[in-house]
Design a protein around this ligand. Structure first.
Ligand code: GLP
Length: 244
């Protein structure tokens, strides 16, 4: 769907998340959310915080799994996705921090494979992701699944694309300070979510959105794999949809 602006689009996505949470509360069940970082979802988180503060929406029955984290990364670092999530959402709602999961950027290299398997297992132990929200990078990455990612890939350590590191340079004070690696859920992990919402705002995203939605399905643009799923919805503002 195409919305006039990111605000109305973000409110729409936040309402769907809130509806899921309330539906689960009514049957004493857990809502399992797959969350994303970057500028794109900030408005969704702001609206969820507003719903918590003004409408009494509770997150006590919510479990979250974030898509990715840089590697290596200390959780208290300015660029850390742990810190991002705390500042933009978790610190402002009544979620139990034990229910929050972000890939751990501090573990030893040799422990990563076991960590990634455990991350996948935890998601399935909670019954799988009810909703996964996504942004999109200019390489066509979702999470940090860069060009070359396999459609059945799981959570793993990946090497960041040069363009991704250039785009992150501002956050790190120069490209050379951007980590070369990240831990990310795989395309296969994302695909298992019962509902996938990819959001994009801004003219800057128009060409990659065109490729993702209309382009040939290929590992060269990992987001094109989303065309294969029936549970995917693209939520765009008019500028991001302008090449479609
Ligand atoms: C990073 C994140 C992605 C995000 C992308 C786009 O690479 N790992 O999950 O989708 O940036 O970021 P933004 O939303 O700031 O455009």
């Amino acid at each position: 769907s195409v919305f006039e602006n990111p605000q109305t689009a973000s409110i729409n996505v936040a309402q769907r998340i809130a509806n899921l949470i309330k539906k689960k509360q009514a049957i004493n069940a857990t809502a399992v959310l797959g969350l994303a970082t970057g500028a794109t979802p900030i408005g969704v988180y702001a609206e969820l915080i507003r719903m918590h503060k003004e409408d009494g929406l509770s997150f006590k029955n919510v479990v979250t799994f974030n898509l990715d984290e840089y590697y290596p990364m200390q959780p208290n670092a300015v660029q850390s996705y742990v810190r991002f999530m705390n500042e933009h959402l978790f610190d402002h709602i009544d979620i139990d921090k034990n229910n929050v999961h972000v890939p751990d950027g501090t573990i030893k290299l040799e422990e990563i494979p076991a960590f990634c398997l455990a991350y996948e297992k935890k998601i399935s132990d909670f019954g799988g992701l009810d909703i996964q929200i996504l942004g999109i990078g200019r390489t066509g990455h979702i999470g940090f699944n860069e060009p070359g990612s396999a459609p059945n890939s799981g959570t793993r350590l990946v090497t960041l694309d040069d363009l991704t590191r250039r785009d992150a340079a501002r956050d790190f004070g120069g490209k050379s300070f951007v980590p070369t690696k990240a831990i990310t859920m795989g395309i296969g992990t994302i695909f298992k979510a019962r509902e996938i919402i990819l959001m994009a705002w801004n003219r800057k995203k128009a060409s990659i959105i065109k490729k993702a939605v209309e382009g040939e399905i290929s590992g060269e643009v990992p987001a094109t794999y989303l065309q294969l799923s029936e549970n995917v919805e693209f939520i765009l503002d008019a500028p991001a949809a302008s090449d479609l």
